[in-house]
Write a protein that binds this ligand. Sequence first.
Ligand code: ITT
Length: 219
Amino acid sequence: MRRILIATSNAGKLRDFAGAALAHGIEIAGIPNFSSLPTVVEDGNTFEENARKKAEQYSRHVPGDMVVADDSGLEIDALNGEPGVHSARYAAPDLHGKQPHEADANTDDEANNARVLRELRNVPPEKRTARFVCVLAVAQDGKTLATFRGGAEGIILDAPRGSDGFGYDPLFYFPQIRKTFAELSAEEKARYSHRGAAFRKFLEWCDRSGKAGSSPSSE
Ligand code: ITT
């Protein structure tokens, strides 16, 4: 079975990748000792910049292996695309008195969601359009080999709904199947989400380019 190494500190992302990989008979693994590696400073202005940075830096710790990392977030039209690349730290002004781009740690999902609801409190339903974006980068020995973008269009509710998922999932209503992303099974999230879409493009690239990920027996 093919195995893909994923570089992320986010357990929700790892679950999403595992769900997306399952349908393709692929095994997802974290980088060994990931939590003890120096964290990558995510100071890029775009999802792509940050995704490349993470994949490149973490791939140096596993010479010869392909490493996948993603940078992702929620773009809300009524907030001019915010929180965008700052999605993981959106509540920093509330919790630490710092702007998201100055914060040195992620803020928790509940606080991030609370800020989104506050910023949108006077915005009517038809203007609450948003999209999740995921840019996935694959790197080997410190060099990016390719990047892939996936998106999912939805609407921000005025209260959370559903108990699965992570991050902004409970606020993100996906009209196509009339559920929030926190009401999706793992299989549905893989099928409809930004991360699932980017991951499928990555797999097509693997097949086209003959890249197969690492084999578990090579350890
Ligand atoms: P890594 O960098 O270690 O992968 P992170 O959580 O810091 O983990 P990002 O910098 O890419 O990752 O931030 C992405 C944030 O965007 C994430 O923390 C969520 O708040 C939000 N997000 C991304 N994808 C999401 C999804 O599928 N569902 C809900 N929220 C999502």
